[in-house]
Design a protein around this ligand. Structure first.
Ligand code: ANZ
Ligand code: ZN
Length: 812
């Protein structure tokens, strides 16, 4: 009986799964829940591409194994449907974002089914639908009520091409992450979420998470906890003080000047009349620079003297006060004490403006000739009573002294900034706020949500939100005084939509509440979250913050949304570059599916690349995987041909391989090491085939071994495995059967491989019990076909048997 596998098999089983509801999630099930989540997909116009198969097809392998292991797997899918690409596409083509997005979603839903992934589509969500963004707006209002959403004028990153502000996280090396235009700085009134209130908890919580170390490091770095001291310097001729923030207070005696950020509020007060023009010009010149430009280490330092002097808190010395853009207004106190001998930036600045450089730390290592700036720890010199102290000790002693004389305090700063959530674009969730001349900022009452995004909008961006040109949307009545009001016309950053979608999946059709608390408690947290590492500093931090904020409002339980995180690697173009349409190096999976079927393609992806590392695309191994399928066909065909014959002897060696394979595949899939798992299955297949062909005839086979084989294969090749499973006489889905279990005592074999030689030449090998007697060994060997034909008509002169290794027949 011939077995064929093709895309027809795929369709047969996809239809079968759909009609039997195989992937329906049953919340009432008594089995242990397991929430498997892949990051949202973005409904782009393109057909399903390689990345989708890679992300969604392969994580499905893990999910299927878990299902067979007896978990009640919750595996939803949906669409992150708001955002700039659809809006920019609309600007190019005139197709309304709502229409293009909806069309794309329909195509993608259809295509995602062809991957054969186990989604329960009843739980699908789309963030651009009012049923969803009603609750995005609701979350905004909850945060607003608790003071966690606020509005302020602030210098923001402005992308001149996208015509919108960007969060710090969306600026990559000074450029817009979407369009790569150079980002500018602008003063604007914007909405922020107070993520900084959670800085410490977001940092601490990382210790509890089973996430890749690199990702935790990125988050730690982004949160940027810094432990230091605020130090006060009085200003000559003024009552106020300049407060600086330093992490190196032990260098206090080496301060030779102070630097304020150009936008520091004291600048205009203390600048002398002679320096006024120069200082103001400098302020104007630096106003549009972004933080990235300003903090660049390679950029030449610039600055101006204010004409003012301050007094060193311990030595009482007079120090000049300068301004420079390398000091940021938004970090620490916006002012630094410059120690040019021990800080790179201060050193560059001091050399350029010929300011004194005073060395106060020298290396512990006597043989070391100090090159300035010397930024390591060491021993204090030129520091009066502190001379001879080590850096660490001096830090404590000097800080104590400053505290005692009321000139200092210990301080913790974070690099993390509040999350800027307003965008001046059309295709997003409207911010549910009304401005009233009389009442000020008025939140839209919850029972009036959603604030619907109007359809008929001229969405050409012009610096203001396109919604500001929609009279009907804009003008409304104030919920407080019933007088005239104007709506907020900015929309929410799409990262707000994606910061809570995993909660809505749990209860996507609830019209009363964002989710049912009982269901939430039953399903949260996400047990395995899969997505790209590019989300390390944005989505993954935002979602953790929102989850914690909602917990404090009583809407979630537990402290973290995603306990386990896996980053898939990236499949690059065959040129080693990131795949992109503009580079013309994208790969379409369609031809491969057409030619080989979904399972060969899935298995090839899983086998040909490391899921966690990715790599450049090549299809050179796909034929080998196809032939692996052909070879698998043969072992099943042979079995089916002999299924009704009597059973042969069982083979302990094969049983050992079986149990070893079960163990290895289970462990590898658990770790997302799919490629090695498949290599094991290939070895197992070879062992089965060898056994079947032993003695040159079909050995009647134990069904048990084949059943285990197909079940181990099933997560990788779900359609093919269902087909085989059915042929083996099963009436229910293979995915309703259980995952094979190995027996510890079967892992070590009590068999050895013996080489059979004739006149010292290897002829064949056999597996045999370790304690086989020479007599039995000889009998078995002489019955092997390879040997029979060699000694036919010859005389055996001698037999040499080396226990556990070989048997050699000397013949003539
Ligand atoms: C004196 C000093 C001496 C410093 C020395 C460094 C080395 P982190 O770790 O990032 O917190 N600094 C403080 N506020 C700043 C601002 N608004 N803009 C730019 N730089 C600022 O770094 C803290 C250090 O960065 C502080 O310690 C300060 O320089 C500088 F040998 O103070 B230090
Ligand atoms: Zn009002």
């Amino acid at each position: 009986m011939g077995i064929t596998y093709s895309k027809k098999t795929d369709a047969k089983w996809q239809n079968n799964w759909e009609s039997t509801g195989l992937y329906k999630f049953y919340p009432e099930s008594k089995k242990q829940k397991l929430y498997l989540l892949e990051m949202f997909s973005y409904p782009s116009g393109a057909k399903l591409h390689l990345g989708h198969w890679w992300n969604f097809g392969l994580s499905d392998i893990w999910g299927r194994m878990k299902r067979m292991q007896g978990y009640n797997v919750f595996h939803p899918m949906g669409f992150d449907a708001f955002g700039l690409p659809a809006e920019n596409y609309a600007l190019q083509t005139g197709v309304h974002p709502k229409i293009s997005t909806e069309t794309n979603i329909v195509t993608m839903e259809k295509q995602l089914r062809t991957i054969g992934a186990t989604y329960d589509w009843d739980y699908e969500i789309k963030t651009c639908e009012p049923e969803y963004y009603k609750w995005t707006q609701w979350i905004f209002l909850q945060l607003y009520k608790r003071g966690l959403a606020y509005r302020k004028e602030a210098p923001v990153n402005w992308c001149p091409d996208c015509n919108t502000v960007l969060a710090n996280e969306q600026v990559i090396n000074g450029s817009c992450e979407r369009c790569s235009s150079k980002v500018e700085q602008k003063e604007l009134t914007q909405w922020f979420f107070k993520i900084t209130d959670y800085a410490e908890e977001l940092l601490e919580g990382l210790n509890t998470l089973n996430w890749p170390a690199k990702t935790k490091a990125i988050q730690r770095n982004w949160i940027g906890r810094s432990c230091g001291t605020d130090v006060k310097f009085s200003i000559e001729g003024f009552d106020t003080m300049i407060e600086v923030y330093t992490t190196r207070v032990e260098t206090l005696m080496g301060v030779t000047y102070l630097v304020l950020a150009p936008e520091h509020p004291l600048v205009n007060i203390i600048t002398t009349p002679q320096q006024k023009t120069a200082v103001e010009e400098y302020q104007q010149r630096t106003a549009f620079l972004t933080e990235i430009d300003r903090t660049s280490l390679t950029k030449e330092k610039t600055g101006e003297f204010t004409g003012a002097f301050c007094i060193h808190p311990i030595s009482g010395e007079k120090l000049p006060v300068w301004i420079s853009d390398y000091v940021l207004g938004s970090y620490g106190t916006g002012a630094v004490m410059a120690v040019p001998a021990h800080d790179e930036r201060d050193y560059g600045f001091a050399i350029k403006y010929q300011l004194p450089v005073l060395e106060v730390i020298k290396s512990m290592d006597e043989t070391y000739t100090t090159l300035l700036p010397f930024t390591d720890k060491g021993v204090l010199i030129n520091s009066g009573v502190y001379n001879g102290l080590g850096s660490e000790a001096a830090k404590a002693v000097i800080a104590e002294k400053l505290i005692a004389i009321n000139k200092g305090s210990n301080k913790i700063n974070y690099r993390l900034r509040d999350w800027l959530v307003s965008r001046q674009r059309y295709w997003g969730a409207p911010i549910p706020i009304i401005y009233c001349e009389k009442c000020g900022i008025v939140p839209v009452p919850e029972n009036e949500l959603p604030v619907e995004l109007p359809f008929d909008v001229d969405f050409v961006p012009g610096g203001k939100s396109p919604l500001a040109r929609h009279e009907e949307f804009m003008h409304t009545t104030c919920p407080c005084c019933k007088g005239p009001g104007v709506r907020e016309t900015d929309t929410l950053d799409t990262f707000v939509c994606s910061s809570w979608y995993y909660l809505r999946y749990i209860d996507p059709h609830n019209v009363q509440h964002p989710w049912d608390m009982r269901k939430m408690k039953q399903l949260m947290s996400v047990d395995k979250y899969i997505g790209g590492i590019e989300h390390a500093a944005m989505h993954l931090l935002y979602a953790r913050f929102i989850y914690k904020a909602l917990r404090d409002l009583g809407y979630t339980q537990g402290d973290e949304p995603f306990l386990n995180l896996v980053h898939q690697g990236i499949i690059l173009g065959s040129d080693g570059q990131k795949m992109s349409k503009s580079k013309g190096n994208t790969i379409s999976p369609d031809e491969y599916i057409e030619q080989y079927g979904a399972d060969v393609f899935r298995t090839y992806l899983a086998f040909g690349f490391s899921y966690l590392e990715g790599g450049p695309w090549s299809d050179s191994g796909i034929k080998a995987v196809k032939s692996f399928f052909d070879k698998m066909n043969r072992i099943f065909e042979r079995y089916l041909e002999t299924a009704n014959s009597d059973k042969g002897e069982s083979e302990p060696a094969l049983d050992t391989i079986r149990h070893r394979t079960i163990k290895a595949v289970t462990e590898d899939v658990e770790k997302f090491q799919f490629n090695t798992a498949i290599a094991r299955l290939m070895e197992f297949r070879n062992a089965i085939a060898e056994y079947q062909m032993k003695d040159g005839r079909n050995t009647v086979f134990e069904l048990d071994i084949l059943r285990d084989y197909v079940r181990l294969l099933a997560p990788f090749a779900p359609h093919y495995s269902e087909e085989i499973w059915e042929m083996l006489g099963n009436e229910t889905s293979i995915f309703d059967s259980s995952w094979p279990k190995y027996k510890e005592d079967k892992l070590t074999s009590n068999t050895v491989e013996i080489v059979i030689q004739i006149n010292s030449k290897n002829r064949c090998r056999i597996q045999i019990e370790t304690d086989v007697t020479e007599e039995k060994m000889k009998n078995i060997a002489l019955k092997r076909e390879e040997i029979v034909k060699e000694i036919y008509n010859k005389t055996i002169l001698k037999t040499i048997y080396i226990k556990g290794k070989l048997i050699n027949f000397v013949v003539r």
